[in-house]
Design a binder for this molecule. Structure first.
Ligand code: HPA
Ligand code: ZN
Length: 317
């Protein structure tokens, strides 16, 4: 499983920071990290709002472009060692320079340069706004995305707390990103139900949905996803760790696939959810009997849905 070539479309760069990395950086900067790690040394949270809080506290140790350069190298080396050949990472101007365009360019330059030093894996950036930070900050984030769109920044998305605000509040940000030629994706159908998925399709006009799994609760929506070729960035271990499903056996990924929905597989925030791409594959094999042909299929789906140029896409097939 480790050696199967994998494509990952949904990975939060800060969320991929191993606890040791965050502890080391905090130690070097003499920063205190309260309420981040449990007694075992792992990230410690009880529910989704708690997860977001720990995520933001851990991310606060990343204060300079060079911190992000180190993080990028560490994350890509780990992914590469799991067989990942292409990854799209969510990058947040909110954490990288507070949405100031010149500061954002410095962070981005550091991330891109670091990514180019890691052999065997290609990376693209999906700039992401954060739903619970509200539409005004999302507009500034979209401007950062639009100004830096190109060969490396190829997408725009929205993450954060799906219970807060409505997709229609973010139409301006998504229109701005679309006009800059960026591919579009939105987190929905993780904690929100089918209506939440429908709203990002209708209002934000995304071609991919982050998670999207709770669409399974509405057969008409499942049919629509299949008919329109909407690609789901499914993160099974994340959904189990955050309590969306009690265990992987109850996860709808196989039902979705069976009904013709284009599914892909990602880790989301791997150290937070105690997972790796190899472990995701192993679980899908164990629980749903996925074999080589299934894994080849999802890799092909991911290559087709990747926010990259045609030449890169062809090389991924
Ligand atoms: N969902 C929403 N927001 C996030 C996530 C997630 O899984 N990870 C990091 N930010
Ligand atoms: Zn996510």
């Amino acid at each position: 499983m480790r050696h199967l070539p994998k494509l990952e479309l949904h990975l939060h760069l800060e969320g991929a920071a191993p606890p040791e990395f965050v502890r080391r950086l905090a130690g070097e900067k003499k920063l205190r990290l309260d309420g981040v790690f449990g007694a075992s040394g792992a990230y410690d949270y009880n529910d989704f709002p708690g997860f977001l809080q720990v995520y933001e506290r851990a991310t606060a140790v990343l204060t300079r472009p060079e911190d992000y350069a180190r993080l990028t190298r560490e994350v890509l080396e780990r992914s590469r060692d799991e067989g990942v050949i292409y990854t799209e990472a969510f990058l947040s101007p909110d954490f990288c320079g507070g949405r100031d365009l010149e500061a954002w360019r410095d962070y981005l330059h550091a991330i891109r340069e670091a990514a180019e030093t890691v052999d065997g894996i290609a990376m693209r950036g999906v700039v992401t706004c954060i739903r619970h930070f509200g539409p005004d900050l999302a507009r500034e984030t979209a401007r950062c995305a639009a100004e830096t769109a190109g060969a490396f920044v190829t997408g725009f998305g929205i993450a954060g707390n799906e219970a807060i605000g409505k997709p229609r509040d973010f139409v301006w940000a998504f229109d701005c990103a679309r006009e800059a030629g960026l591919g579009l994706t939105a987190h929905a159908g993780e904690f929100g139900g089918p209506d939440s998925v429908r709203d990002v399709l209708d209002d934000l006009r995304v071609t991919r949905v982050g998670h999207g799994v709770r669409a399974i609760e509405d057969p008409a929506l499942v049919e629509r996803l299949a008919r329109e070729g909407v690609v789901l960035e499914v993160c099974p271990a994340s959904n189990v760790a955050l309590g969306v499903y009690a265990k992987i056996d109850a996860h709808p990924i196989e039902k979705m696939r069976g009904r013709g929905v284009a599914v892909t597989v990602s880790t989301d925030d791997p150290p937070f959810f105690h997972t790796t791409m190899t472990e995701e594959y192993e679980a899908l094999h164990r629980v749903f009997d996925w074999q080589g042909e299934h894994f080849r299929d999802i890799a092909r789906t991911a290559a087709d849905a990747a926010f990259c140029d045609a030449e890169t896409r062809a090389a991924l097939h």
